[in-house]
Design a protein around this ligand. Structure first.
Ligand code: NAG
Ligand code: NAG
Length: 379
């Protein structure tokens, strides 16, 4: 029995020794201090990660909720519209029309008071009329106008839209009351002679011009308007150029427009050292041009149904009058896709140089542009 007891004791001792050894040398790491720090660091990283994940999850949830709300709203408005279209009484329709009319009247009143405002320096108020149709890049043009416009009360910006293109209207409406949006109401089809079917765009443009210029001059009552198309880049001194030439245009009845465009203004052909040089020209350049109410009153009743710029250049309209134009253009067209030929853009319009140097035209003596002086000036 003693032998068995001894074996038992020895066995337990060996087990104990093994346990103690294991605990001392294996299980308990020798350099446990830095490891503990590492563990703490990992713990911290993990909780940070968890926090971030949670945040992202919440953001995602929020976004999802917003999207759900938008969808719900749209469904609701569609339903309301459908219900309205089905069940709206005559009275309600009249109410809507009345509201629309009131909104329009309010706009007309606001623009009239802008047009007739007497500015502190006695200088003119000149409306800028932008023609837009279905190019959402119209924002590029509006952004530049807003960037270079020296004063909003001097140059109220009106964007006239044709074509009923909703995405373009949305872009224009983003500008809020920085600009005024008007819309050509007649979207009916225009009967075009079969031979001219592919030029229908030109008929629509002429209709849009006739309507919008009437609206701006006769309804809003502006006395002078700068006409811009939605695909134009403008130079930093665009507004300064028109403001400086305005008194000359008003004073000289042998002038009928000021244009920002030199039709031969390609880089290499213009005198790049003469950004302040201006001319009189018998050719109507268009592409960013200023017109007075008296000239519009003369053109409006006989305004053509298409190809308005060719028509304007005819002797019956021009009546020997000239336009002022710069040596270096103050506009450049960036639009390739449109009614006019993309080929013409690639070959010609693309190379027109846009002026970069600001010229203080309002402080310059521009009387050399008056007819008699100019005739002497170019002799
Ligand atoms: C513009 O106004 C003139 C003069 O009132 C008028 O004869 C002409 O028909 C109008 N044009 C358009 C397109 O409304
Ligand atoms: C402007 O220039 C013309 C010559 O083109 C000169 O006769 C006239 O006196 C000048 N006016 C002023 C205010 O300097």
């Amino acid at each position: 029995m003693r032998k068995n007891q001894f074996i038992g004791f020895a066995f337990v001792s060996v087990c104990l020794w093994a346990l103690v050894t294991y605990y001392l040398f294996l299980d308990r790491p020798l350099n446990h201090k830095p490891d503990q720090q590492k563990q703490i660091q990992i713990q911290e990283h993990l909780s940070l990660l968890e926090l971030k994940l949670n945040e992202q999850f919440l953001d995602g949830e929020k976004l999802l909720q917003q999207l759900r709300n938008i969808v719900k709203e749209q469904q609701l408005s569609v339903r309301v519209n459908e219900a309205g279209a089905e069940g709206r009484g005559v009275g309600e329709e009249q109410q809507l029309e009345k509201q629309q009319g009131e909104k329009e009247d309010e706009q007309v009143n606001r623009m009239r008071s802008l047009a007739e405002e007497v500015l502190p320096d006695g200088g003119p108020v000149i409306a800028v009329l932008v023609f837009a149709c279905n190019r959402i890049t119209v924002n590029k043009c509006i952004d530049q106008l807003l960037k270079y416009r020296p004063a909003r009360e001097r140059f109220p910006i009106i964007v006239s839209q044709d074509c009923g293109h909703r995405p373009t209207a949305d872009v224009i409406e983003l500008y809020g009351d920085e600009i005024t949006r008007i819309e050509q109401p007649d979207q009916s089809d225009i009967p075009v002679p079969p031979k001219e079917k592919k030029f229908k765009g030109y008929f629509k443009i002429a209709r849009h011009y006739g309507w919008a210029l009437n609206y701006t001059f006769f309804k809003f009552n502006f006395d002078t308007v700068i006409i811009v198309e939605d695909d134009l880049d403008i130079a930093p001194d665009f507004f300064e150029y028109f403001l400086g030439t305005y008194p000359i245009l008003k004073r000289d009845p042998t002038l009928w427009c000021v244009s920002a465009w030199n039709d031969n203004g390609k880089a290499g052909l213009v005198d790049e050292n003469a950004p302040d040089l201006l001319y009189r020209t018998d050719f109507f350049p268009g592409l960013g041009w200023m017109l007075t109410k008296s000239v519009w009153a003369e053109l409006a009743p006989k305004w053509p149904s298409s190809y308005w710029d060719d028509w304007v250049r005819q002797p019956e309209q021009r009546r020997n009058r000239a336009c002022i134009r710069p040596e270096i253009s103050r506009t450049r067209t960036f639009g390739k896709i449109g009614v006019s030929n993309g080929h013409f853009y690639e070959k010609h319009l693309k190379y027109i140089k846009l002026n970069e140097k600001f010229v203080p035209f309002t402080q310059k003596n521009l009387t050399y542009l008056l007819k008699d002086d100019f005739d002497r000036f170019v002799m």
